[in-house]
Every structure is written in C-alpha cells, then in structure tokens.
Design a protein around this ligand. Structure first.
Ligand code: NAP
Length: 277
C-alpha cells in the first residue's frame, strides 16, 4: 500500500447495502484528495481483531455499521454522544488512541437545521416514535438542543421505559395506543422506527398536530415515505431520512481527511439515483 494514500472504510456484516462509500468517494473526488474509502465485510467474531489492526491496514479511521456499533463503543474511547447513545458509528485516531463518536446525533440536528430553518425555536414538546439505536440518537440530540418534554412512544413499552432511565425526566415513555392523543401538543414528530421502510408495513398515523409542527422521518428508503407525503399534504414542514444520512457523514470525513465537506444538491442527487436502482 502506498504510504501517502489516506484511507477509511465502513465496517459491517453485511456492508454491501451501505451508501457510505458512495458519499465519501464523491467528496474525495470533489476535493481532489489522494484518498480512498472502502467497504470491509467483517464478522462479529473478527471485529475486535480487525479494529486492533486498523492502523496497520492503513486506515485513518472508519464508519461502523450493524452489528458492530456497541462493540465499537467498547473498543474505543467514546465521546459524550457515543457514550450517551450507547453506540459508536465513527472511529478515528488521536495519537495512538482510537476515539469514537455517534454522528447520528449531529446528522439529525444538521439535517433539520438545513431543511427546516428555526425548527427548534420555541420547541418544547416532541413526540419520538421508536426505542432502538436511532431513537437514542434522536432523544440525545433533542435534549442537547434544550427540548423540555419528549414523549417516547414505542410498540414495546418496556423498551420505552429504558429511555427514561438512560436520559432522565425529560423523557416520558408512552404506549403505542397513546400516540394520537400526544400529537396535539407536539411541535416535532419523529419516526425512528423501521415502519415505512421498503418491505415493512407503513406507519399508520393520524397527523392531528398543530399547523406549526415539523415532521421528521429517519427512514430513507423509500425516499419519500408515506409519513413525509402525509405531512407535506397537510402543509407541515418535513425533513427526510436521506438528509440525515448525508449530514451524519460530514464529521468522519473531516476527522480522517482534514477537509470539512459540504452536503450539496449534487451529492443528494447521486445517492437518490442509487436508492432508486
Ligand atoms: P432498531 O434498533 O431495530 O429499532 C427498531 C424500532 O422500530 C423499535 O422501536 C421497534 O419497536 C420499532 N418497530 C419495528 N417494527 C415495528 C412495528 N411493526 N410496529 C411498531 N414499531 C415497530 O432500528 P434502528 O437502528 O433504531 O433504526 C430505525 C430506523 O431508523 C431504520 O429505518 C433505519 O434505517 C433508520 N435510520 C436512519 C438513519 C439516517 O441517517 N437517516 C440513521 C439511523 C437509523 P420494538 O422496540 O417494539 O421492537
């Protein structure tokens, strides 16, 4: 391997579905870097030994996807975000130390900041659907932004309750059947479940919220989910999952290659075309 070539990768099992190579290689070309972003298929059993040799393999860092995000947290020095979310998706070196963060937090916030300006102005109450890893990143992001009341609605109520233990009294766990009643007071509604994804059932929701409410869907395949369609049809402002996916990639690129990349319309169109394939 050439010594001057900088490299990063996405590590997953499987990793074939990841759009990260498309995004980072677009930026590498756009900024004229002598660098490469690769895909590494690594099983759960081999993850720790792969990480131990990450630098020897010539990598400045990596993205981590399923099923390795918890292991990545345990095998690195996580920042506050990764620690709070309980999962790391981005690794980089500071000296000899392998550090990690969870960029879904900033991806969620940056996407809303750029696609729905002032979305958080006067925002007191949010409804978040889902209690998986993505929901943890969303809840942490909302608390970071100062949202006072987060109703966490999940099919399995017990899982929703773990959020109060993890994130404190701003989180109010709720049952799936309580969702409609909670929407009236919400100024932000976020879908962090897998409902609405291609191959999954649609999210069946009656959007009876205030006209000023904002709707965000983390699902990005399909590009326009039925939730986003319904929000737009009702005249509500909406942020889609693809925007979050693109924005969450920014910091890793900066940490590995030293250039702060831009989420452009051209990049979005490139990933959209790939998702439509
Ligand atoms: P996860 O950990 O598997 O959690 C899945 C969540 O969906 C759980 O809350 C689960 O409820 C709920 N769910 C699944 N089937 C359901 C059903 N039939 N009815 C009601 N609830 C159901 O998944 P995740 O990693 O958090 O990801 C969630 C979504 O976010 C995925 O679509 C993922 O692609 C997306 N995501 C997008 C980005 C982005 O950058 N745009 C980033 C991260 C994730 P139970 O707890 O009751 O099972």
């Amino acid at each position: 391997m050439r010594q001057d070539l900088r490299a990063a990768c996405v590590i997953g099992w499987p990793a074939g579905h990841s759009r990260s190579p498309l995004i980072h290689n677009y930026w590498i070309k756009k900024y004229g870097l002598d660098a490469e972003y690769r895909r590494e298929e690594v099983t759960a059993e081999k993850f720790a030994s792969f990480i131990a040799k990450l630098r020897d393999k010539g990598y400045a860092g990596a993205n981590v996807t399923l099923p390795h995000k918890e292991a990545a947290l345990a095998l690195s020095k996580p920042d506050d975000r990764a620690e709070a979310v309980g999962a790391s998706n981005t690794l980089w070196f500071e000296g000899d130390t392998l550090c990690s963060t969870n960029t879904d937090v900033e991806g969620f916030l940056a996407n809303l900041d750029s696609s729905v300006p002032n979305w958080d102005r006067g925002l007191e109450t949010a409804v978040v659907l889902g209690a998986g890893g993505a929901a943890r990143a969303v809840v942490y992001a909302l608390i970071e932004r100062g949202v006072e009341r987060i109703h966490l609605v999940n099919r399995s109520f017990e899982r929703a309750q773990t959020f109060r233990k993890r994130f404190g009294p701003k989180v109010h766990p709720a049952r799936w059947t309580e969702m409609t009643g909670l929407l009236g007071a919400a100024r932000l509604v976020v879908n962090a479940t897998t409902l609405g994804m291609s191959g999954q059932r649609d999210l069946d929701i009656n959007l009876r919220c205030n006209d000023a409410a904002v709707v965000a869907d983390l699902v990005y395949d399909p590009l326009e989910t039925s939730l986003i369609k319904a929000a737009r049809a009702r005249g509500l402002r909406a942020a889609d999952g693809l925007g979050m996916l693109l924005h969450q990639a920014v910091r890793g690129f900066f940490l590995w290659f030293g250039v702060m990349p831009e989420v452009t319309a051209e990049l979005r169109a490139l990933v959209e075309a790939d998702l439509r394939k």
